[in-house]
Design a binder for this molecule. Structure first.
Ligand code: 13P
Length: 254
């Protein structure tokens, strides 16, 4: 049985006092079950504080971005080794906001993924179609080609673990969620693509998260789907009680 992975992506939100309050409230919620694994991805300046606030709990900390390069003259960038050095375990790569606002290509996403894996950081590789791509009927082809391009040259991974996230761009921050059935269908397409690249066994064990207006109300129905192994949550992850409710839905689906 795969453990459900519940990931908070705070994007560019939360100050230090809010972070501290979040971890205190989350600890009070006592999510101790081994059925779920929890990850929080705060903004860069707060990563070390988050590692400290989460120490002794079951929550791991992730970054929202990483450089594809090693140390050097790259002003404003952060090396994967720096993230592991301060105790980060995870990193989001290729989020649609990085792709659309900061022009990250599939090739760059692939390089960042390889770099994270090389230092023992677990990448969460994000893919997903825009509304225009969905309306053009190319949802499946879009996620397939994003995966193929990003995974070129990357071997199947269990340690560190390479996790995937399906985030339909039209569902992010819009309140529109893909129906659980449609999200599950696209997850199935992603798993098939992973099987074609890495073989059936690796595809079966890969964890694929859904993201896009996931919240306490819809978490259970999403997490009940056979291909949905967790959630990547934006807005509804900012308040600890809401994040805790979503995590609890992963403990007892339904
Ligand atoms: P929302 O949950 O706010 O729609 O954001 C989803 C997301 O982009 C998580 O990475």
């Amino acid at each position: 049985m795969k453990r459900k992975l519940i990931v908070a992506n705070w994007k560019m939100n939360q100050l230090l006092a809010q972070l501290r309050q979040f971890f205190k409230t989350l600890a009070d919620a006592k999510i101790t079950s081994d059925a779920v694994e929890l990850v929080v991805c705060p903004s860069l300046p707060y990563l070390a504080s988050a590692v400290e606030a989460a120490s002794g709990s079951k929550v791991a900390i992730g970054a929202q971005n990483v450089s594809e390069c090693d140390f050097g003259a790259f002003t404003g960038e952060v090396a994967a080794q720096m993230l592991t050095d301060i105790g980060c375990k995870w990193v989001l790569i290729g989020h649609s906001e990085r792709r659309s606002l900061y022009h990250e290509t599939d090739e760059l996403v692939g390089k960042k993924t390889a770099k994270a894996l090389s230092v023992g950081l677990n990448p969460i590789l994000c893919v997903g179609e825009t509304l225009a791509q969905r309306e053009a009927g190319i949802t499946d082809a879009t996620v397939q080609s994003q995966l193929r391009a990003a995974l070129k040259g990357i071997a199947a991974q269990t340690q560190p673990e390479l996790v995937f996230a399906y985030e339909p761009v039209w569902a992010i921050g819009t309140g529109k969620t893909a129906t659980a059935e449609e999200a599950n269908r696209v997850h199935g397409v992603i798993r098939q693509e992973l099987a074609a690249i890495y073989g059936e066994a690796a595809a079966r064990s890969a964890r694929i998260l859904y993201g896009g207006s996931a919240k306490p109300d819809n978490a259970a129905s999403l997490l009940q789907q056979p291909h949905i192994d967790g959630l990547l949550i934006g807005g509804a992850s900012l308040a600890a009680d809401s994040f805790a409710k979503i995590a609890a839905a992963g403990v007892v689906p339904g």
